[in-house]
Design a protein around this ligand. Structure first.
Ligand code: BES
Ligand code: MN
Ligand code: MN
Length: 464
């Protein structure tokens, strides 16, 4: 490992310059105006993998391309599948950025740019680690496969089609992707200086609700109280989804929730978490949530409901006495492992229809969904990751869950029977999806080193 470590050490500024090149491409997947840039980012990643000598394909889909690359097979050794995404969230609100989102800028040892941590910077650590192996050893001790998509931030539609057999170009996705373990770095450490292995992620079910009332906006004095107001109806419906104590009221919602056992609760409680500091980080004076659970339990292991967008009526300056004709909301549930998004969608729809007042047309549109996951803790791959992170970061990792969702993890399990090592190099204050997204450059380099150690560690395991 010495020469690999030295290579990564001496290659640091080149690695940063390359990452910044990728960060300059505004690969916003949800907005079709950026479609060409998304494509450009996909090709940029593919070109890099080709230069390393991997056999690389850019797989065209109905939307954004999937990049697939693999190194030669190593008989008797595990095959490692590294997943990441080269697309990013929209950068708005632009005026809140201290430097432009697609001009990577270094301040205080952090690089600021959209995608810095989610996921270009974290993904690139694995590319640099493979490069270090190939440049210094001439080959990899295990077969490595890269699956890098451009639609993660908008629901991964094409990736699921690919996994289901579309775009196979003469070789099925399952044949390409067959592996023993998946590795994803698209999440966080527990805190600065405290790396972690994530063993649980939440699932998600996302909706838009549209309510239509009268055929046009009305005078609220002449018609209010007699004609149902869609904005009033919307607030009634949304308020019914959750009670004052944070319990979701959809029938059967908690039926499949696996409750936290005492051992896990104690482990979570033993982590050094400071509520005051957390309040400060998010800029609030107090916290609230489901009764009977700690802040970390609420964030990591309990299902939640959040309104993500809300609109109706007059938004301009001053007052306007209007009874709006329409109202709408976007909202989502974060689910825990074993909850089924489809079952919850059915139950939610039934409940809202029953509660919907007369004079209102209701349309519930389900967007993307995905299941939560738990990674078994008793696997040799987890031990390998623990040792690799200790070598790369100089600190033993703690075991955590997170509240974000990476739905492809449950697809890997269901379709290929493989588990995923969730090795986040980010920090919880990296401002993912927010203005001033950042990635700590020291963690970028430590992540690359940990990845190189991981390849080494896995190569001493037998393939299953
Ligand atoms: N990298 C995140 C997932 C994540 C965030 C994991 C925080 C752990 C902690 C990913 O890019 C993401 O944003 N996922 C979406 C879900 C997707 C279905 C749009 C999310 O969690 O909102
Ligand atoms: Mn991500
Ligand atoms: Mn994201």
């Amino acid at each position: 490992m010495n020469t690999i470590t030295e290579y990564l050490e001496s290659n640091r500024s080149a690695a940063e310059a390359e990452l910044f090149e990728l960060l300059r491409i505004p690969s916003v997947s949800t907005d079709s105006q950026f479609a060409n840039d998304v494509k450009k980012a996909g090709h940029w990643v593919a070109d890099k993998l080709t230069q390393l000598g991997l056999s690389t394909e850019v797989i065209a889909t109905r939307r954004h391309p999937i990049v697939y690359a693999e190194s030669p097979p190593v008989p008797g050794k595990p095959v490692v599948l590294i997943y990441g995404h080269y697309d990013v969230q929209p950068p708005d609100p632009l005026e809140e950025w201290h430097s432009p989102p697609f001009e990577p800028t270094v301040r205080n040892g952090n690089v600021y740019a959209r995608g810095a941590t989610d996921d270009k910077g974290q993904l690139y650590t694995h590319i640099k680690s493979v490069e270090a192996w190939l440049q210094t050893q001439g080959s990899l001790p295990v077969q490595v496969k890269f699956l890098i998509e451009g639609e993660e931030e908008c629901g991964s539609g094409s990736l699921y089609e690919f996994l289901d057999g579309q775009y196979d170009n003469g070789r099925t996705a399952m044949d390409r992707l067959k592996s023993d373990i998946a590795v994803i770095s698209d999440n966080s450490q527990f805190g600065p200086g405290q790396p972690a292995i994530t063993y649980g992620l939440k699932g998600i079910a996302y909706f838009e609700l549209r309510l239509t009332g009268p055929s046009q906006d009305l005078h609220s004095g002449s018609f209010g109280g007699a004609v149902t107001n869609p904005a009033n109806a919307l607030s009634t419906l949304l308020a019914a989804i959750r009670d004052a104590n944070g319990r979701v009221q959809i029938p059967g919602f908690y039926e499949d929730v696996i409750s936290l056992d005492q051992r896990e609760r104690s482990q979570i409680a033993a982590l050094p978490f400071d509520e005051d500091q957390f309040c400060q980080q998010v800029g609030v004076k107090a916290l609230s949530g489901e009764e009977g659970f700690s802040t970390l339990e609420r964030r990591w292991a309990r299902p939640t409901f959040d309104i993500n967008g809300l609109w109706s009526g007059y938004q301009g300056e001053g007052a306007k006495t209007v009874l709006p004709a329409r109202a709408g909301a976007k909202f989502s549930f974060r689910l825990v492992p074993n909850q089924d998004p489809d079952k919850i969608t059915q139950s939610l729809k039934k409940m809202l229809l029953e509660l919907c007042p007369p004079g209102i047309e209701m349309e519930l549109i389900p967007f993307h969904s995905g299941k939560g996951i738990l990674v078994p803790l008793d696997s040799p791959y987890l031990r390998a990751a623990e040792s690799a992170i200790t070598s790369g970061f100089g600190t033993k990792p703690v075991f955590i869950r997170e509240g974000g969702s990476i739905p492809v993890v449950s697809s890997f399990k269901e379709k290929m029977g493989i588990d995923t090592l969730l090795l986040g190099w980010g920090l919880s204050d990296d401002n993912t999806h927010s203005p001033n997204e950042k990635f700590h450059l020291a963690d970028f380099h430590k992540g690359a080193l940990a990845s190189a150690h991981l390849i080494d560690q896995i190569s001493s395991l037998e393939a299953f």
